[in-house]
Design a protein around this ligand. Structure first.
Ligand SMILES: Nc1ncnc2c1ncn2[C@@H]1O[C@H](COP(=O)(O)OP(=O)(O)O)[C@@H](O)[C@H]1O
Ligand SMILES: [Mg+2]
Length: 170
């Protein structure tokens, strides 16, 4: 069975979102619809300020005043953010300078979500996560400023991978 015949991994239906009240009111998303299947690479293209990041922030639970329907792996996403939802969707931010704590080592950065989600065998898992993104165990002791931009983004991807089934990038 082809990927297109299975339920979408990420589904956005009639998504609407506005910021501000009264004369500050600004509708940013107007009935956005998209579906991404498992294993599919999906590019969302639009001019700057058109709402791409806002769609992803709704999926990641960073905005919860949206209207419409969001589904991950066939399950509707609630507006409320709970631990299960946090495990389900992770965001890899555009700017890895801003998304990694400058005073934490790679090891600490990767360990934090494992602790929060009470995932065991953390030490082994950190090595596996690093290996999956092409970084060796010697990177564990490094700080973000000691990494290249691409290596930092790999750490951000490893962190997103640590307890989720789906990641969104933007
Ligand atoms: N937290 C916010 N409060 C108010 N306006 C916002 C907020 N975040 C984004 N916006 C506005 O929403 C619009 C879409 O932004 P964004 O989704 O970041 O665009 P992009 O397509 O470049 O990723 C822009 O006009 C931006 O100024
Ligand atoms: Mg953006």
């Amino acid at each position: 069975m082809g990927a297109q015949n299975t339920a979408a991994m990420i589904e956005v239906k009639n998504l609407n979102l506005s910021f501000g009240q009264g004369n500050q009111h600004n509708q940013v998303l107007f009935d956005v619809n998209l579906a991404v299947h498992g294993g599919e690479i999906f590019g969302l293209v639009g001019e700057s300020g058109s709402g791409k990041t806002t769609v992803l922030k709704c999926l990641a639970g960073l905005f919860n005043h949206w209207q419409g329907e969001l589904c991950i792996d066939g399950q509707p996403l609630a507006h409320r953010i709970d631990r299960a939802r946090c495990r389900q969707v992770q965001m890899v931010f555009q700017d890895p300078y801003g998304s990694l704590h400058p005073r934490h080592t790679v090891e600490t950065i990767l360990e934090e979500p494992l602790l929060i989600h009470r995932i065991e065998q953390r030490d082994r898992r950190i090595d596996t996560l690093l290996e999956k993104v092409g970084l060796g165990p010697q990177f564990r002791r490094r700080y973000p400023h000691q990494l290249s931009g691409g290596q930092r983004q790999r750490v951000a991807i490893a962190r997103a991978d640590s307890r989720t089934t789906s990641s969104v990038a933007g």
